[in-house]
Design a binder for this molecule. Sequence first.
Ligand SMILES: Nc1ncnc2c1ncn2[C@@H]1O[C@H](COP(=O)(O)OP(=O)(O)OP(=O)(O)O)[C@@H](O)[C@H]1O
Ligand SMILES: [Mg+2]
Length: 188
Amino acid sequence: MAGVDLMSGTSHTPIVKSLVWPDETATQLFAAALAEQRELRNAFIELHGDLGAGKTTLVRHLLRALGVTGRIKSPTYAVVEPYELPGLAIWHFDFYRFSDPREWEDAGFRDLFASPGLKLAEWPEKAAGFIPRADLVIHLEALEDESRQVTLSAQTAVGMALLQAVSHGRPPKHQVGHARQDQHEDRP
Ligand SMILES: Nc1ncnc2c1ncn2[C@@H]1O[C@H](COP(=O)(O)OP(=O)(O)OP(=O)(O)O)[C@@H](O)[C@H]1O
Ligand SMILES: [Mg+2]
C-alpha cells in the first residue's frame, strides 16, 4: 500500500523520547509546556505507569495550566471526569475499574472519544480493544521519591507535533524534561 497510514500501526515508526523529571516541579513544567501546544486541543494522550507513578499528578498540573480552577478529582471511581473550558472540552479517564464492556457504549465513551477536545486516559490497558489509538503515549516510572523516568511515544502526526514541541521548544523559564543523570548517580 502506498503512503504512510498513521492508523495502521505497522507502516509508521513511532517517535520515542526518554526524559527524567527530577521532581514534581519538572512534572509541572512539562505540563505547562504541553498546555501551550495548539495540537493538544484535539488530542488523545494515554498515561501508563504503576499505582503512584504520577499519572493523575501530571493531569492535574496540565489541567491547571490550561485554566481549570475547580477541584480536580481522580476519576478512579467515576471512570471519567469532564471539564469544560472556553472553546475546549476535556475528558480525564481512569479505566482502572473498567470491567464491563457494555459500559463502553452505555456510558457514551465511544461518543466522547469521537468528539473534539482533549482526552487523557490513565490505565488505558484496562480498556484495550475499545479505546482508539492514542496520539501520544506517556509511560511514567518512579525512580525514587520524587524523580520519574518518562518515555514519550508519538503514534500520530498530532503526537509527533506534541512530542517535538515539548522536547525542544519553548519551555517556560528553563529547560523542561532535560535529563538530569547527575542527580541519580549522586543519590545517597
Ligand atoms: N516528579 C513527580 N511527578 C509526579 N508525581 C510526583 C512526583 N514526585 C512525587 N510525586 C508524587 O507521587 C504521587 C503520584 O500519585 P498519583 O495519584 O499522581 O499517581 P497515579 O499514577 O495517578 O496512580 P494511580 O494508578 O493510583 O491512579 C503524588 O503524591 C505526587 O505528589
Ligand atoms: Mg491516578
